[in-house]
Design a protein around this ligand. Structure first.
Ligand SMILES: [Ca+2]
Length: 365
């Protein structure tokens, strides 16, 4: 039932935006374009003010929407964290590369090393690459971002509710399904930088990823780069810094959205300050849509009228295809995967023979 419920809320927001900077007209216009991909976790269609949110505003996201292109009929390749990220980064249906649903801590599988990610493709063209945020394509070292085309990584290897605490940060009972999960690791490079043991650790993540992103832009402004910022928020449990706590009229979720909007603004400001905004494509989107069953955390930020918009589109395109594991899996009509390939097509990068035909990568033990 859960998968069906999540499948009916797959409508995402996607905003393409190429920024025109007034400053430094002699910037890197002759250089290959930079790409900044901002990927929000479980954000709903109506959670930016330009798409109807109330009780808080998202001026920086709204500015992207006003100055760029809005794609309002876009569907995730599979409405769940790992699978949607597999499609986003490889341009393949997640089913074809064996990534279905969400991977859990200490997973024995992950993205197949023989598949090609966006980061690996762009490195062929001399791009610097980084990911600051949630990976979720396997937490064993061989599946982590540095082994899949990224020069730098800091973030969680999977979802922030995969810890032995509840959604408010309290220890769960022994019989709870999370009780055997490990403490959340915050990974830098290939190593655990620190353990996140409470909500204070989660509160700092949006600002931490933003600071890392700005630093990466400042250090790589002189060459083409691909910056991937898949925020941990607003996946449950919700964490927000003191800068935004209590600032919205929509509870924690509104506060979280305000901090994400601030993060977008900081990234744009860094690009402008370096005079490279004109040559940077910013893509802002969400992985699968909101968890409406978390009412007091999410529902108040999602306008009820959006249900009317979302339901017909998603049901209309809901069908199944046989996966490599022999099971049918939900798919939707407009695909994350095709978007990825279209974007990369203009760069004339090579896609390896047989891409998208492999099974899940297996852990070598
Ligand atoms: Ca998600």
């Amino acid at each position: 039932m859960k998968s069906v419920f999540m499948s009916i809320i797959t409508l995402n927001i996607i905003l393409f935006f190429t920024y025109k900077s007034e400053a430094n007209p002699k910037d890197n216009a002759n250089q290959s374009p930079n790409f900044v991909l901002i990927f929000i976790d479980d954000m709903g269609y109506g959670d930016a003010s330009c798409f109807g949110a109330t009780g808080y505003t998202t001026p920086n996201i709204d500015k992207l929407a006003a100055g760029g292109m809005r794609f309002t009929n876009f569907y995730s390749a599979q409405p769940v964290c790992s699978a949607s990220r597999a499609a986003l980064l490889t341009g393949c249906y997640p089913n074809r590369i064996g990534i279905n649903g969400a991977l859990f801590p200490n997973a024995s599988v992950g993205i197949n090393p023989a598949e090609t990610t966006i980061a690996e493709m762009l490195k062929q063209k001399g791009y610097a690459t980084a990911i600051f945020g949630k990976w979720h394509l396997g937490d064993a070292k061989e599946f982590l971002p540095l082994q899949h085309g990224f020069d730098e990584y800091c973030g969680l290897p999977y979802s922030n509710d995969m810890w032995p605490l509840d959604d408010l940060g309290q220890p769960v009972k022994k019989e709870h399904r999370r009780s055997s999960m490990p403490i959340l690791p915050l990974i830098e490079g290939n190593e655990t930088k620190e353990l996140i043991t409470d909500m204070k650790g989660q509160d700092k993540l949006t600002t931490l990823y933003t600071e890392k992103a700005v630093s990466f832009i400042n250090r790589n402004a002189g060459k083409p780069f691909f910056l991937y910022v898949p925020h941990t928020m607003g996946h449950i449990p919700l964490g927000v810094s003191e800068k935004f706590r209590g600032k919205s009229e929509q509870g924690m979720y509104g506060d979280v959205m305000m901090e994400i909007d601030w993060s977008v603004g900081e990234i744009v400001k860094a690009l402008e300050a370096k005079g490279i905004a004109e040559n940077t494509v910013i893509i802002f989107t969400s992985d699968n849509g909101p968890w409406l069953n978390y009412g007091k955390y999410n529902l108040n930020a999602v306008r009820k009228e959006n249900w009317k918009l979302i339901l017909p589109h998603s049901w209309d395109s809901y069908d199944t295809i046989p996966g490599k594991n022999g099971l049918g899996s939900p798919r939707v009509r407009i695909k994350t995967a095709e978007k990825t390939r279209a974007e990369l097509g203009c760069l004339n990068v090579e896609i390896a023979n047989g891409a998208g035909t492999r099974e899940t990568g297996k852990l070598n033990k």
